[in-house]
Design a protein around this ligand. Structure first.
Ligand SMILES: Nc1ncnc2c1ncn2[C@@H]1O[C@H](COP(=O)(O)OP(=O)(O)O)[C@@H](O)[C@H]1O
Ligand SMILES: [Mg+2]
Length: 230
């Protein structure tokens, strides 16, 4: 049976600076099941990052709702939202956002320590995740000692740390050259097959659509479902 992980119900977002009201999108519907991969494409400024922030409960909707595991972000207090996010979601951004003064291993351990795991079990899990993304020889390296592609691999390992139901990615290959971008794309595809996690990926990389279960385009404030050929 399909289990809904993330759901948008009539989701709308406006920005209001007192003078101007900007509508980013109106009445968006989206449903992501466990283990499903979905891509969102759209021109720059179409609202992709805004949508991801709403999905992650980092920003609240103007109307409508986002439900994570059946619970609306709007029904939670800030502290509860932080706990929900840490336990159920993983994040990968265009820029890796790793902590510069910590090693690859420590960066991957961080979400587990925040979730209350012991150092020992966090360290073991981090080591196995870094080996899964091909970095078992780089555990002690700091971000500045890693290549762009390696940093993004660490960011992906970190996103998987708490076995999230869903990983949200905002242009994960956007800052990489083509070859490295393709390697990261292949890694995400392998992880999709191996782990029963949902992935929602905002991307410009049309090549990624080939192995996605579904794809959407944000266009003039609406989310359109794209037909994918098998
Ligand atoms: N904090 C904000 N205040 C006002 N307008 C914003 C804010 N954040 C984003 N916007 C506007 O919302 C629209 C969508 O932005 P964004 O979600 O960043 O697009 P994308 O990620 O697709 O490039 C843009 O027109 C942008 O100017
Ligand atoms: Mg963006």
């Amino acid at each position: 049976m399909n289990k809904l992980v993330l759901e948008c119900q009539n989701l709308s977002k406006h920005y209001d600076d007192g003078k101007h009201q900007v509508s980013v999108f109106e009445q968006i519907q989206l449903a992501l099941n466990a283990g499903e991969t979905a891509a969102i494409v759209g021109a720059s400024g179409s609202g992709k990052t805004t949508l991801l922030n709403l999905l992650a409960g980092l920003d609240l909707a103007s109307s409508g709702d986002v439900l994570l595991d059946g619970i609306a972000w709007s029904s939670m207090k800030d502290k509860q939202r932080a706990v929900m996010r840490n336990r159920n979601l993983g994040f990968v951004y265009q820029f890796h956002h790793l902590l510069p003064e910590f090693s690859a291993l420590e960066n991957v351990m961080m979400p587990m320590l925040i979730a209350g795991k012991s150092r020992k079990s966090a360290s073991l899990k981090a080591e196995s995740l870094l080996s899964k993304v091909g970095l078992s020889e780089r555990l002690k390296h700091r971000p500045s000692q890693l290549s762009g592609g390696e940093r993004q691999r660490v960011a992906i390992a970190r996103a998987l740390a708490n076995d999230p139901a869903c990983v949200l990615m905002d242009e994960p290959t956007g800052n990489l050259d083509e070859k490295t971008g393709n390697e990261i794309q292949n890694l995400i595809q392998t992880l999709k097959v191996e782990l029963n996690m949902a992935f929602l990926i905002v991307t410009h990389d049309e090549g990624m659509l080939d192995w996605m279960d579904s794809a959407y385009r944000l266009h003039f404030g609406k989310l359109e479902r794209l037909a994918l050929t098998d």
